[in-house]
Design a protein around this ligand. Sequence first.
Ligand code: NAP
Length: 283
Amino acid sequence: MAKILYGKNVAESLEEKIIEKVSEYTEKGFIPTLCVVRVGENPEAEAYSNSIEKVFKKLGIKINKINFEENISLNDFINEMNSLGRNKDIHGILLLRPLSQDLEKLKAFQYIPPSKDVEGITYESLGKLIAGEDTFFPCTPQAVIELLDFYNIPIEGRNIVVVGRSISVGRPLSLLLLHRNATVTICHSKTIDLKFYTRMADILMVAVGKPGIITEDMVKENGIVIDIGTNVVDGKLVGDVDFERVKDKVEAITPVPGGVGVITTRILALNLLKAIEKNENRN
Ligand code: NAP
């Protein structure tokens, strides 16, 4: 039976560090503040924003919510972003998806001021990630790294297979692993014979969004499996991996729910603190 890599333990250890740093700032007289921007009405975006607010309240971080009209023009959007960029009381900006089709097409998220890009989604952050420079790293990939480090799972020299190559998860995760000297293979929907690659993985990471895509015969005996996928099946949250069967074959595995997802909000908080630090150094 595999060791279950719970995200809660990692989240709690990160929380201690965050609370300590936040209290240093509040003693200096200011409260770390995240601005959560929503475009139009969307119940999922609202639920996500509420869940962040709940965690951040516990951490002592303030949330400032802004809701733009669904049909906001790109010009107005850019002006609003610039004004948030200048606002000294806002330290980070989280732009919730979905955006309107027009804003999505125009890649509106690129107008987030890079110094407040706590999700690491602007081209400036992603470019620095490719260059191996310190920057804001996207939350979910960084959550995976924190989980491996917390459980003392070595990365260097390991044969790691990442299934999924999205710009927010698979790709940045592969780069973070490469910077830690793993040998990384990236698989995607056009990969021929996915099982050939997944079976070779010392550590298999799956970010696809298809429940049960990874079955018991696709994993290496005594390997490690990190399931990043989140899917709702019959009203229940499940990952991409057939957890019940795979867990008997591997050395360690993350559960869904209760794995990587629990850690990401804490990474968002750490990125907010990083934004404050970077701005302090600039002044
Ligand atoms: P995405 O943008 O839809 O990307 C999915 C990736 O999976 C794509 O690269 C796609 O390949 C690949 N793929 C699709 N079908 C495949 C197949 N049959 N075999 C191999 N690869 C296949 O999704 P995402 O935003 O990266 O999210 C992935 C999953 O992670 C979702 O379940 C999402 O809910 C979850 N997620 C979790 C967290 C968290 O905090 N735990 C955060 C973000 C996302 P192509 O590039 O060829 O299309």
